[in-house]
Design a protein around this ligand. Structure first.
Ligand SMILES: C[S@@+](CC[C@H](N)C(=O)[O-])C[C@H]1O[C@@H](n2cnc3c(N)ncnc32)[C@H](O)[C@@H]1O
Length: 229
């Protein structure tokens, strides 16, 4: 049930550091910036129209930081919606960004019409869904609300398990394929393993680039899932 899943996520998140706490770390700031740069690059090279013309869903938006970033990049607030299952996260997002639309809903039952969005973001969402049957239902809903002509998912999520966090499930290529069988994946590894990045301290500028250049040390997949043409 959605209420049980929301409670499970709430308890799991209680033991995690907040985004603000993590951003206090120089190595984390670096990987965060790298992810945002990769997203900006993808938006500038892969979109055929201005960002403001796309109907965008930030699925699993949490407290809305990525939704807000999209707004700053030129997404139209009228066409930008964040959705999350956790009430307190949606409340915080609304408080922080009152001009943006945030909806409390379970991904298993999205309150949107079929084909309502041109772009859906799935940023570190599926790794927090432990039950593969829930993940499959959520993926099916995301696919349903995506436009059939050219709709795309922008994906960013962990590809490795995290031994110190049993509340995360690695999103490997085969799991992503299983979740979205009708979409083609164009994914590449990104992000230096956070436990490594967060230990770089004053050496971050010197060491992050060469370490992140080693593919096996990249912990996440980033890229596009889009309908086969
Ligand atoms: C790690 S946070 C990521 C937040 C944001 N996307 C980001 O990258 O900063 C994962 C979010 O996904 C949400 N989530 C997980 N399962 C969900 C579901 N079934 N329906 C809606 N939201 C869900 C959680 O509540 C949480 O806020």
């Amino acid at each position: 049930m959605a209420a049980d899943e929301a409670l499970r996520l709430h308890i799991a998140d209680a033991s995690r550091r907040s985004l603000d706490e993590r951003l206090a770390n120089r190595g984390f700031r670096r990987l965060w910036q790298e992810r945002n740069d990769a997203l900006a690059q993808l938006l500038s090279t892969r979109l055929e129209k201005p960002l403001s013309e796309y109907r965008i869903l930030d699925f699993g938006c949490g407290t809305g930081s990525v939704t807000h970033w999209l707004d700053l990049q030129g997404a139209s607030p009228d066409r930008l919606t964040g959705v999350d299952i956790q009430r307190d996260r949606i409340a915080k997002a609304r408080e922080s960004y009152p001009h943006l639309a945030f909806v409390e809903a379970s991904g298993e039952r999205l309150p949107f019409a079929a084909g309502q969005f041109d772009i859906a973001l799935a940023f570190t969402v599926f790794s927090s869904i432990l039950d593969p049957f829930v993940a499959k239902r959520v993926a099916t809903e995301m696919t349903r609300v995506l436009a059939t002509d050219g709709g795309m998912i922008i994906w960013y999520d962990m590809r490795y398990p995290n031994p110190s966090n049993p509340n995360l499930r690695a999103m490997t290529r085969s799991r992503i394929r299983h979740l979205f069988p009708t979409l083609d994946a164009e994914l590449a590894p990104l992000t230096l393993l956070p436990p490594v990045a967060e230990r770089l301290g004053p050496l971050t500028d010197a060491l992050y680039p060469p370490l992140a250049a080693i593919p096996v040390l990249r912990s996440h997949y980033f890229g596009l899932l889009r309908a086969r043409r």
